[in-house]
Design a protein around this ligand. Structure first.
Ligand SMILES: *Cc1c(COP(=O)(O)O)cnc(C)c1O
Length: 432
């Protein structure tokens, strides 16, 4: 280590601080393969298949995940993006309505609003947490606003006390996107359980995953009934005693649905992963505390300070902000590449602001036909000064790194110190 830290930057051919043997993700456990084998032999691979003498893994996961979140119901779906679509429809968002969405998040938050024919209104963030700024939310409300989409980003929850207060005063439902926050808590309530509807993603990179997957949670009966049919082409579990070899879904059709079921293999992987989630979240919290202690003491680095109400954090990414001046003025993308080379794993720059994002181009969506609609959708009309400032500083470490042992976590601190000391020999740009 001492040789690596005094050697030239790994990006420029020197010895790296770390060889890169970070914990892999996704992970299997001792029971994963046998559980998958059982479902493969069971004769039922899909919720829409016929009854095979036991409840589906989908039902079992729904029960356990609802309990995990402390919501009355969970409806598993195929993707986090579709969880958002189902949530938007369930809370009553109609074509032409506006939905307030944070300016810094994964593009699915805005594109899901497009898919229900509504207009995403981009809202700036609070620089301390990187989550949507309640004051900006209130200022963005118009007579056409139909819902507020709140995202708990990277490692911090949005200010739920103030957002719930705004929701009550303006009679606007909150859709709580907890795709990055499985297990996080606001006081005693879990992320996803505070809004009218909560959504989760179980895509490969998330802290609970089946490769692809998602879930919607709610404690409101009417939302539950709508979402169950929305995800099942209008069908839902009948609740009557099932007959082997016959479907146990019944055709209801009170709402127009689509197929958003996830397979029984995916539900099985989620049940298996849920067994390990609490323990993994605890280990990530410990590693994050170790990093916070060291990195917050370094010149030009700033850690995330969550709201006091965010009593338990889930680390999807560990984020530290760099002050470019403390890194010879180099762009954050260059710093991330230098850190990636030192650590032997990809150190991520931030999401880009949604008002200027290559993957969020609503003018190319089919219903932006009239110039009036195109104008309402144009993301460049939204001003996001804090988002734009923060993305120039964000360095994000993906959560599997936080499952490493303490001595390997210490190498992250060494890498920051080395890159900072030698920043003046880094290229000035041209990375992206
Ligand atoms: C991952 C993610 C989604 C989308 O989930 P998919 O399962 O990839 O469709 C939505 N919102 C946020 C905040 C995410 O991180």
């Amino acid at each position: 280590m001492t040789t690596a830290i005094s050697s030239p930057l790994a990006m420029l051919g020197g010895a790296p601080v770390c060889q890169g043997n970070w914990p892999r993700w996704p992970q299997t456990g001792p029971k994963t393969i046998s559980a998958l084998e059982r479902v493969l032999q069971s004769g039922r691979w899909a919720v829409s298949g016929t009854y095979a003498n036991m409840p589906t893994a989908d039902q079992e996961f729904a029960t356990r995940f609802a309990a995990f979140v402390g919501a009355r119901w969970c409806i598993p779906v195929d993707h986090g993006s579709n969880a958002l679509v189902a949530a938007l429809i369930a809370v009553g968002v109609k074509p032409g309505d506006e939905v307030i969405v944070p300016g810094l998040t994964w593009v699915a938050c805005a594109s899901s609003v497009l898919r229900v024919g509504a207009v995403p209104v981009l809202c700036d963030i609070d620089p301390d947490t990187l989550c949507i700024d309640p004051q900006r939310v209130e200022a963005a409300i118009t007579p056409r606003t139909a819902a507020i989409m709140v995202v708990h980003l990277y490692s911090a929850m949005a200010d739920m006390d103030r957002l719930l207060d705004i929701s009550r005063r303006h009679h606007l439902p909150i859709i709580e996107d907890a795709a990055q926050a499985h297990g996080a808590r606001w006081d005693r309530a879990a992320a996803g359980s505070l809004g009218a509807v909560g959504t989760f993603s179980m895509q490969q990179g998330k802290v609970l995953t089946a490769g692809e997957g998602g879930a919607v949670v709610t404690s409101r009966m009417e939302m539950y009934e709508a979402i169950e049919q929305l995800r099942g082409d209008g069908r839902r579990y009948s609740g009557a005693p099932p007959q082997p070899g016959r479907p146990d879904l019944t055709e209801v059709g009170l709402v127009q649905g689509w197929n958003m079921h996830l397979s029984e293999m995916q539900a099985t992987l989620l049940l298996d992963g849920l067994d390990r989630l609490d323990e993994q979240n605890r280990r990530r919290q410990q590693a994050a505390a170790q990093l916070d202690a060291f990195l917050s003491g370094m010149e030009g680095l700033e850690i995330i300070s969550p709201y006091p109400g965010n009593t338990q954090r889930t680390f999807y990414h560990y984020v530290v902000r760099i002050e470019p001046d403390a890194f010879a003025g180099r762009p954050v993308e260059v710093i991330c590449e230098a850190l990636s080379a030192e650590l032997g794993t990809w150190v991520h720059p931030s999401y880009r602001p949604l008002n200027n994002h290559p993957l969020y181009q609503p003018q190319h969506y089919s219903y932006a036909v009239s110039s009036a609609t195109a104008k309402r959708l144009d993301p460049s009309q939204f001003e996001l000064p804090q988002t734009e400032r923060q993305v120039e500083k964000i360095v994000a470490l993906h959560h599997p790194m936080l499952l490493a042992e303490a001595n390997q976590i210490a190498l992250i601190v060494e890498a920051f110190a080395k890159v900072q000391r030698l920043a003046d020999v880094l290229p000035v740009g041209g990375i992206r």
